[in-house]
Ligand binder design. Structure first.
Ligand code: NAD
Length: 425
């Protein structure tokens, strides 16, 4: 896919809403009413949670196959799932797959849908394989760690649309009932035209997995994955992408034209903290001159905040990023009084309804690819110290990480240096 433009996102987004507004071209109906066979790849915290939600969504769903790079993660996950859901989570040995090719074996094992929850570096390849095999997909955020990965995801998005298979993202706030109602208010002009959006993701540092003697460089980095840009995309991509996605949502999925950022590694030290930054301050510039901002950090003993502060022409709205609760002032004093539902569960309820043909096919592809790219753009503007255009980011040739996957030697990549690090490297 060469020279993709900002307009490709705009065109794709309007095509999807046009479909939604009229009749659907046939839903992705699961012909038989047999149990939905769920496979999941990346049996860590989120994968186990999502598998549990898939089983809760439908009493006929079963975990059919599991895959992980490491056997201990797979067996730990299965044990905990059996504890909660019983035999529906009991996967026979022949459908437990371990290693770098586990994803393909899960996909080929006869599953109907897959949950993709490895570290994000591997996501583009896993999405591509699952969509190619016409599986329904739930893929966690972020969907890639570099422009090369996002372009691959965009191709998969188009193929899923063509095949009419479901492709749901882990940008879970889009499935939160309170936030859905809030963004509807914003889009209907409750505070007038949105003039600025200031998102925060000030949080504590994430866990580390100190190296064990038996681990190779590769195994250590994979187990300690959040601290390497090639595996996690850095915390702006891995964690604060939720806030980026909310900016994107508020802007009705219009892509920015460029981005400038600052960032660095002020408090992180020691080998366990890899090569990532611990803070970013990002400004996205839009075609009409509006500027939307994100500040995020992962530092200990500091003030934490995950609110979004939105200013419109006639009022303001503050969205609480932990609970989703909005506070409107000015032209609207609307408050949310609807249902409070677990957004992670809503995702799987809606996905399985779509797989069953009881709801329209889901394809979150355009916004999930764009929000991921915007988060990568924020990182790259900070890493390079340059004003980076959305299109240069989208067409960047950088592919982070080793060319081949093997458990052996692997240097920790250098920490990016603004003014020196190149966008295409
Ligand atoms: N939507 C949310 O709110 C939310 C919350 C938590 C995590 N996440 C996302 O979910 C993903 C997983 O995060 P987590 O917290 O579960 O991490 P985790 O470390 O608990 O789990 C990741 C698992 O993937 C396995 N793995 C690594 N490389 C693999 C490969 N190539 N093939 C197969 N398995 C592989 C690991 O061994 C591990 O078991 C991340 O992208 C993260 O950002 C999303």
């Amino acid at each position: 896919m060469s020279n993709v433009t900002r307009r490709d996102f705009v065109k794709a987004a309007s095509a999807v809403s046009a479909i939604g507004a009229t009749t659907l071209p046939g839903w992705a109906v699961q012909e038989k009413r047999d149990p939905i066979k769920v496979g999941f790849i990346g049996c860590g915290g989120r994968g186990t949670g999502a598998a549990n939600q898939a089983l809760t969504a439908n009493k006929d769903a079963v975990i059919w196959a599991m895959g992980d790079a490491f056997e201990d993660r797979l067996t730990g996950s299965m044990k905990s799932l059996i504890g909660e859901k019983g035999t529906r989570a009991e996967v026979p040995k022949e459908r437990q797959f371990v290693g770098f090719d586990a994803f393909q074996k899960v996909i080929d094992s006869g599953v109907d849908m897959v949950i993709l929850t490895t570290p994000p570096h591997f996501r583009p390849e896993h999405i591509a394989a699952a969509v190619k095999a016409k599986k329904h997909v739930f893929c966690e955020k972020p969907m890639a760690v570099d422009g090369t990965g996002v372009r691959s995801v965009m191709e998969s998005v188009e193929l899923a649309k063509k095949n009419n298979t479901n492709l749901m993202s882990g940008f879970c706030w889009r499935y939160n009932p309170a936030l859905r109602a809030t963004f509807k208010q914003l889009h209907n002009g409750a505070i007038g035209d949105i003039e600025s959006y200031f998102a925060t993701y000030y949080a504590a540092p994430l866990w580390t997995k100190p190296r064990k003697e038996s681990w190779s460089d590769m195994e250590w980095q994979m187990r300690n994955w959040v601290h390497y840009d090639w595996l996690s995309g850095d915390h702006i991509v891995e964690q604060a992408c939720h806030s980026v996605d909310k900016i994107n949502w508020a802007m009705k999925n219009e892509a920015p034209i460029s981005c400038t950022s600052v960032g660095g590694r002020q408090m992180h030290d020691g080998v366990d903290r890899g090569n990532v930054y611990d803070h970013f301050g990002v400004m996205y510039e839009y075609a009409d001159g509006r500027r939307m901002q994100l500040h995020c950090r992962q530092m200990p003993f500091c003030y934490n905040d995950n609110n979004d502060y939105i200013t419109g022409a006639t009022g303001t709205c503050t969205v609480n990023g932990w609970t989703g609760a909005p506070v409107f002032t000015g032209s609207s004093d609307w408050t949310y009084t609807g249902e409070q539902a677990n957004m992670y569960q809503v995702e799987h309820n809606e996905l399985q309804a779509a797989i069953r043909g009881d709801a329209p096919t889901v394809n979150d592809g355009d916004f999930m690819a764009q929000s991921t790219l915007m988060a990568i753009l924020g990182r790259e503007a900070a890493y390079t110290g340059q004003r980076v255009s959305f299109e240069d980011m989208l067409n960047s040739t950088t592919r982070l990480g080793p060319k081949e996957y093997a458990f052996g030697e692997l240097d920790i990549p250098p920490v990016a240096e603004p003014g020196t690090t190149k966008l295409n490297r």
